[in-house]
Write a protein that binds this ligand. Sequence first.
Ligand SMILES: [Fe+2]
Ligand SMILES: [Fe+2]
Length: 191
Amino acid sequence: MVSEINRSRVVSFTAMDRGAREDYDLVAAHDAMNAARLTDRVLTWLRSMDDDSPYPISRLEHALQTATRAERDGADDETIACALLHDIGDVVSPRNHSEAAAALLAPYVSEKNHWIVKHHGVFQGYYWLHHYGEDRNARDRYRDHEHYEACVEFCARWDQVSFDPAYKTHSLQHYEPLVRDLFARPPRRML
Ligand SMILES: [Fe+2]
Ligand SMILES: [Fe+2]
């Protein structure tokens, strides 16, 4: 909150083109503090998905179930974290949730995992778009992409099947360390 900002440590400029290196050092220090709180915010967003849903389970439970299936299939920690967070974009960008989740993850994950999260929406369309007279094979425009099969698998094995209230799903607590480890990684600079 604005009232919590220490006003004795503010930049000297009111327009960025007047800033000096010391100013941007201040900004960078604040950015680092902001980033350090990211995991807690992400966990709060996940908890906020434990709400009304037209599915047999909540969107949080869907996320946890997707991650649990990935874990039981022997996926590595980064991939499990991506499975857990693949729909987190719903919180801030319900009309573009795949890209929003991918943008959150991009500085911390491999190009492959980023690509899968970014495109999982159109690949999931295979399971429902035809009910609306749309092309369920829209994913085929990526058929020659090196991660096409991996994204098909992500959706087929983990995402589209994870609406089952009878499935034994791990808790959010179980995945908390994994999320903390992911966002503790040195991030790639993204501008
Ligand atoms: Fe999704
Ligand atoms: Fe999903």
